[in-house]
Design a protein around this ligand. Sequence first.
Ligand SMILES: Cc1cc2nc3c(=O)[nH]c(=O)nc-3n(C[C@H](O)[C@H](O)[C@H](O)COP(=O)(O)OP(=O)(O)OC[C@H]3O[C@@H](n4cnc5c(N)ncnc54)[C@H](O)[C@@H]3O)c2cc1C
Length: 439
Amino acid sequence: MSIHVAIVGSGPSGLYTADALARIWPDVEIDVFDRLPTPYGLVRGGIAPDHQSTKAVARAFERTLSRAGTRFFGNVEIGRDLSYDELKAAYDVVVLSVGAEIDRPLGIPGEELPGVYGAAAFVGWYNGHPRHRELDPLLDGRALAVIGNGNVALDVVRVLAKTQAELADSDICAHAAERIGAAQLQDLYLIGRRGPVEASFTPIELAELGELGRCDIVVDPAAVAAEVGPEIPEKEVKVRQRNLEILRSFAARVGEPKPMRIHILFNAAPVALLGEQRVSGLELERTRVVGGRAEPTGERFELSIDTAVAAIGYLTGPLPGVPFDEKRGRFANDEGLIEPGVYAAGWCKHGPRGVVGTNRTDAGVLVKRIAEDLAAAPPSGGKTGTGAIDALLRERNVRVVDFAAWKRIDAAEIARALPPKPREKFVTPESLLAAAADH
Ligand SMILES: Cc1cc2nc3c(=O)[nH]c(=O)nc-3n(C[C@H](O)[C@H](O)[C@H](O)COP(=O)(O)OP(=O)(O)OC[C@H]3O[C@@H](n4cnc5c(N)ncnc54)[C@H](O)[C@@H]3O)c2cc1C
């Protein structure tokens, strides 16, 4: 008897889970659903367009999706086209791997002002996520602040600081490349509530800032004099020390001034975004770090800015019927188990942390658990997977984008790109579905 599995979300966590399942049960039937007509989640819509080598993991995911017994159901949203209960009725195992696509709010006054964006929306805009195509961010001013001290914040400042030539071999969408190319930005502020030791940058990404052709990096040498203290976990110490070395090397740089600057500001907690018609300033409060936490000092200052991007984390959106942990902003689960037969994987399970490869290790652990649960309570054999689901989707006139249709989108995007650009993405649902059509 073959086991029928539904995986909701075709990002790294869903596809590594599919791969691990097929290694244990070669005849498993897996249906992978995604609300977008395109697979691969943040590999397509999150990872920076100039990080093509990281995006190359899509080739391994392609092999996973093209395995006999695995079917891709693109353009099918669970909670809209099919319900959670319908999946549970049709499949022996349901794995939710929908990621964390909502920006964690800053929770300060002025956040709703025009010119203030969350990183999910901003990154989605330059990466061609259909939901964010219309963002049209205000990039007409001189100064922009990115709030956050992780790799996503680094991605945003780096992409904005690159010249058109530096982005030429990236897959940044044409609409974004044009807007960034026309921008007159001079000062980009990268703002962290805590100190340089606590920043969660990875050294390779931090060092990349130093390679930008038209941009200086401004760091106060006094701010990076700190040493890694005993509160930092042993396995993190090397990375944090390396970050400090890189920051010190930035602080020590001399040379001809360049037309743009990235100011890296530590120990500065956002208090309010200021402005009337649109954002015009950011009020900050100096902090000191005590026991790894930022404590306010009462000393405030303001930056004059024209745009702000908040990159302070992501939340999972609730899905009707799925138990939800409101406090943490993710599905309620116990080591991946949501309820019998239903599991969570990736960012909707444990929140937005880790790199693509982390999901592979996690998938191995989750699939081991699924195997143990199935051994303890074997499926009755009454669930037929795709059969029931196909009928529902037909009845509801859902235009399913299968793997062959995705490959048509893929080929069309590659064909229409001007070299050295690897692809020119379609960015609206209509253009994606038109490219998916089998003429
Ligand atoms: C801006 C950014 C840059 C990053 N850069 C890097 C990097 O350079 N290197 C690196 O290793 N890692 C990077 N990461 C981390 C990496 O992208 C994540 O670890 C990984 O994508 C998490 O995988 P996931 O499957 O949990 O979620 P996701 O990749 O978000 O996949 C979730 C999928 O679920 C789908 N979905 C959501 N809701 C539904 C629904 N209701 N029905 C059907 N489908 C649904 C979505 O469309 C999406 O395809 C980056 C992350 C971000 C945010």
